[in-house]
Write a protein that binds this ligand. Structure first.
Ligand code: NAD
Ligand code: UDP
Length: 355
């Protein structure tokens, strides 16, 4: 690990100057797109990630620049001493897919708790503005629909999703209490199901599962009767919203929903993917996981009003890009023919992928 020449310390001055930025979980799906954006602006970006669910491939293009440093490190262990002073910190480290976060629930809960604690201590010491990636899962299986930020949620604290849901809820509490009592500036997003290029093939979330199954002409695995709904946001929309939120004024403090309010039953998503891929796949039913939320749709009034943000990419457009990405990466790994190998070579960079 080399952090290059002497790096200047934080200077909480103007917004246009170059900054030292820390992204935890920066080698993951969302984190790597965020790192792309920050490096493209000329900032010095330090990515702390232990590759639990992330991948070096997601950031390999950035590693070739002199603006990006990859630090293989577990956020539960504190943050490495030798890092420079930061202007901005983005806390994204945490497995996000139910398959991965439930595989070791104690670890998931502790990544949320210890990760938040370590990031916040660092933000306080550096005088850095800090961003936290929370989740629509704080609403659990919601009884209020759509979900506004004022809804306190319906979470089973001892169910299989609790390590993630309660971990994220605890982290929100810690971020808010640091802001209230220690004077640091915190921005916090509740992310609703976001999809796109750079999801892992074995991620286990519904969009990547369905797209890969359809490309392989294998059965699409709908859990339950497929009537449960989700609202899917394309990654470029989410990253734009996240950037606006981080650089917003104090009126945007407190949790903010970001997501696409277009709500779709999971069964309809399966049919849409089969149709778009032109696949021979059929649909099979598997048991609905315990505590699987029945409905989910963000109320984004707060983001519209305070950030002037709303998603631009319709599900069909986003799926087209995602299908092309998986088709190309599968071809590259020799597991399927491809019409779009160029996208795999680009590493799924949003500048090439955003509609
Ligand atoms: P992801 O699994 O692709 O990324 C998570 C990253 O965190 C990975 O690179 C992983 O290696 C890293 N990580 C995990 N444990 C770590 C540890 N102990 N130390 C260092 N790094 C660690 O998931 P994602 O979809 O990119 O999600 C990023 C963040 O956004 C997560 O905090 C997630 O909870 C949140 N979020 C995402 C969504 C979504 O729909 N994508 C929805 C809600 C919330
Ligand atoms: N799902 C499904 N088949 C799959 C993966 C997921 O039917 O192969 C369902 C899952 O039960 C849930 C929805 O799709 O109702 C979204 O699941 P995902 O894991 O993507 O995210 P969640 O919102 O549940 O965290």
């Amino acid at each position: 690990m080399r952090f290059d020449e002497a790096l200047p310390g934080a200077d909480p001055g103007g917004e246009s100057r170059l900054k030292n930025i820390l992204v935890t979980g920066g080698a993951g799906f969302l984190g790597s797109h965020l790192c792309d954006l920050m490096v493209s602006r000329g900032h010095r970006v330090f990515c702390v990630d232990n590759f639990h669910t992330g991948s070096r491939r997601n950031v390999s293009r950035l590693e070739a620049t002199k603006k990006f440093w990859m630090v293989d490190h577990d956020v539960r262990q504190g943050l490495p001493e030798e890092l420079p002073r930061f202007d901005e910190i983005y806390n994204l480290a945490c497995p996000a897919s139910p398959k991965h976060y439930q595989s070791d629930p104690v670890r998931t809960a502790m990544v949320n708790a210890m990760g938040a604690w370590n990031v916040l201590q660092r933000a306080e010491a550096d005088g850095a503005r800090v961003f936290h990636a929370s989740t629509s899962e704080v609403y659990g299986d919601p009884e209020v629909h759509p979900q506004p930020e004022s809804y306190c949620g319906n979470v089973n604290p001892v169910g299989p999703r609790a390590c993630y849901d309660e971990g994220k809820r605890f982290a929100e509490t810690l971020f808010m209490d640091f802001a209230k009592t220690r004077g640091i500036t915190v921005r916090m997003v509740r992310i609703f199901n976001t999809y796109g290029p750079r999801m892992r093939a074995d991620d286990g979330r519904v969009v990547s599962n369905f797209v890969i199954q359809a490309l392989r002409n294998e059965p699409l695995t709908v859990y339950g009767d497929g009537s449960q709904t989700r609202s899917f946001c394309y990654v470029s929309d989410l990253i734009m919203g996240l950037d606006l939120l981080m650089h917003s004024g104090s009126e945007a403090a407190g949790p903010m929903n970001l997501g696409n309010p277009a709500e779709v039953p999971v069964h309809d998503l399966a049919e849409m993917v089969i149709d778009m891929v032109g696949s021979r796949s059929r649909i099979v039913r598997l048991p609905l996981p315990i505590d699987d939320p029945k409905r989910r749709r963000p109320d984004i009034s707060r983001a519209v009003e305070l950030l002037g943000w709303k998603p631009k990419v319709a599900l069909e457009q986003g799926l087209e890009k995602t299908i092309a990405y998986f088709d190309a990466t599968m071809a590259e790994s020799g597991s399927a023919p491809s019409k779009t190998a160029v996208i795999a070579r680009s590493g799924g960079h949003l500048s090439e992928l955003a509609p």
